[in-house]
Design a protein. Structure first.
Length: 205
């Protein structure tokens, strides 16, 4: 299989036997329930749908509760489909972090932290202007288009605006350790999203 929905707990560091410090992101992933299986003959594509992040029943509506109850899943805050994963999975099956192993390459998807309205220096990594001799172009974006021709600003020009808050997928992450007793998955490096946010982890093979 190699797919699970979890919650980002935060970052910490782990020391190996030779004293090397390794930064890791801790993902808490309680057992997920398979709530649907998509097959090409019927749905046009192959995928498996997982329910994760247990929540209170009152936070879900009747259609959501009915869908989960039909698969024998507890009230869950997150439903996610993983394409081309586990065609042999059965509805109602429980999946845990034990399906991963140290050294395995995975990808993590989550909603990035929103940064709000930002300028071009932070949003697009522009360089600032000179700060001496009365310069008035310190953090301004500079020229954004010609004057007479074409007499407009082209679409797609890098300018200030809302930054972050979109879906981000980080590929090539390494599973550093798996703690099946506490339902924890330790990934080497940083993972998108805020602390407490939902994270989808799948095999990156």
């Amino acid at each position: 299989m190699g797919a699970i929905v979890g919650k980002k707990v935060g970052m910490t560091q782990v020391f190996t036997e030779d004293g090397t410090r390794v930064p890791v992101t801790v993902i808490e992933a309680e057992p997920n329930t398979v709530t649907a299986v998509r097959i090409p003959d019927r749905d046009g594509y192959a995928a498996v749908q997982l329910a994760g992040l247990p929540t209170r029943e009152r936070k879900l509506n009747k259609p959501e509760l009915g869908h989960l109850k039909k698969a024998g899943a507890p009230p869950s805050a997150k439903l996610a489909e993983f394409r081309d994963q586990a065609p042999e999975a059965q509805i109602g099956e429980r999946l845990t972090v034990e399906q991963f192993e140290p050294g395995q390459r995975v990808r993590a998807s989550a909603t990035a932290i929103g940064k709000g309205f930002q300028g071009t220096i932070k949003r697009h990594n522009f360089s600032r202007g000179p700060v001496s001799h009365g310069s008035h172009n310190v953090r301004a974006p500079g020229s954004i288009g010609a004057s007479a021709d074409p007499a407009r600003v082209f679409k797609g020009t890098k300018m200030p605006g809302r930054m972050g808050g979109g879906r981000v997928t980080q590929r090539g992450l390494e599973v550093f350790a798996v703690d099946a007793e506490r339902n924890l998955l330790l990934l080497r490096g940083a993972v998108p999203g805020p602390r407490g946010g939902a994270v989808e982890v799948r095999d990156d093979g």
